[in-house]
Unconditional design. Structure first.
Length: 206
């Protein structure tokens, strides 16, 4: 195992943590998540995908948090990850079997994401090397996820411009941020991580 992820948990610990957020992680998914962590750590030695400190908390801060997004998504519908970066939460959700579109305009990152998808045989996940502003709205679903690419206010406005009717955006917010956006939302506590916060499902007005 790459020395950068020596602290990555064993399968039994991964499954226990997932049960705490009401998700049953199967053996195959656990294996794929571990392989993804290994690829990410290895590639980060030569490509700026994650910082050196992040390699030691991949599970708690990035992967488990990404898994928790599934609680606020319809598992039978397509999901668009806006600004997927190194693959959080998009690659993780793809490993869990979600139908994913990863939007990532930066060349090194979209090449990395394509490599991971091919290596892990994620048949329901694809990368589009564009920003959401440039994507054909016909290929987008009505579910969107994001982490820190932009504020939820900005993302919701971009989604409104692209999609008619009601859509939903699942986004992580820190605990000290007031939820003042004039939209319907559902707030969910993040799983036990090394930082506090909430996952919020915003719904655009239809």
């Amino acid at each position: 195992m790459n020395f950068l992820i020596q602290s990555f948990p064993e399968k039994s610990r991964m499954q226990k943590d997932c049960r705490s957020i009401k998700f049953d992680l199967n053996d195959k998914q656990a294996e794929l998540l571990t392989e993804y962590a290994e690829i990410l750590s290895e590639r980060s030695l030569t490509t700026n995908l994650i910082g050196p400190k992040e390699s030691y908390r991949l599970w708690e801060r990035h992967i488990l948090e990404s898994i928790s997004y599934i609680q606020l998504l319809d598992r039978s519908s397509k999901v668009v990850d806006i600004g997927s970066g190194a693959g959080f939460p998009g690659i993780v959700l793809g490993i869990l079997g979600m139908d994913m579109i990863l939007l990532e305009p930066r060349r090194k990152r979209n090449l990395f994401l394509s490599h991971v998808i091919e290596r892990l045989a994620l048949e329901k996940t694809e990368v589009i090397p564009l920003k959401i502003e440039s994507v054909d709205p016909g290929i987008l679903g009505d579910q969107f996820v994001a982490r820190t690419v932009a504020s939820p206010e900005v993302l919701l406005e971009l989604i409104r411009r692209k999609k008619e009717g009601q859509s939903k955006l699942v986004y992580r917010v820190p605990p000290d941020i007031e939820l003042t956006i004039g939209n319907k939302y559902i707030k969910l506590e993040c799983p036990p991580l090394d930082r506090q916060g909430f996952l919020v499902q915003y719904r655009t007005c239809s």
